[in-house]
Design a binder for this molecule. Sequence first.
Ligand code: PAF
Length: 282
Amino acid sequence: MKLITTIKDMQTEISKQKGLGKSIGFVPTMGFLHEGHLTLLSHARKENDIVVISIFVNPLQFGPSEDFSTYPRDFDRDSALAEAEGADYLFYPSVEEMYPHEPSVKVVVQERTDVLCGKSRPGHFDGVATVITKLFHIMMPTRAYFGKKDAQQVAVIDGLITDFHFPIQLAAVDIVREPDGLAKSSRNVNLLPEERQQATVLFKSLQMAKKAVDKGERSPARLSNLVSEVISNDSNGQIDYVEVLSYPQLKPLEKLAGTIIIALAVKFSKVRLIDNFIIHID
Ligand code: PAF
């Protein structure tokens, strides 16, 4: 695996590989890699000739109360993991390299951000879309890999690729789950033992919602009530939101039809968990 820290060197390598007719799989990350990232890398490895991972903690997507400086970082561990997963290049630029001056242009995301987690993080997805636009221009990947756990981010990137005509295939990778259904997350370790047990209710509530849809439920309100009730009855978690929306447009629905997302966020004593199901209804 080759470590690259400058945009110029990265572009030179990408041009060389593209000149040889190689497909490029790109996995953008902010580092502190966990199993979710490794799953993205393993998909990228199977589906492309060349795999590039970027590690860049992007200051633009942090709000004033979200601490950019204390975001966890462990470059040596990340580098070893990326190499073991078969990455060909690790792009690791500094903040000065990515933002040498105050940006004169930023990407503003107009849709898909006023719901779910975006509601409480104003400007967050503008920061994500800006850095991803820059990274897409540097990497010119054939495919870009994102986890469906952060379904709103996938929806925003889908809009970015479509609106800005990037010739890039969005590869949205399924949520990786524990044997009892809890979506894997590095935050799960912050659950107290009894909360870890209770947290399985998130998956259970989504499964029950899916069953209801399979049996013919078509009311978004009834579906979100069902999910909220199951969570409240079986856990001490505080529901932040349960939303049923069209996907990837993330618009409210009068009646369930087409592709929909049932998404939830629940706060436990030290950690807030998110999960979702994306369902296709004929
Ligand atoms: O999901 C993340 O880690 C970040 O939002 C991303 C996509 C790498 C952009 O900084």
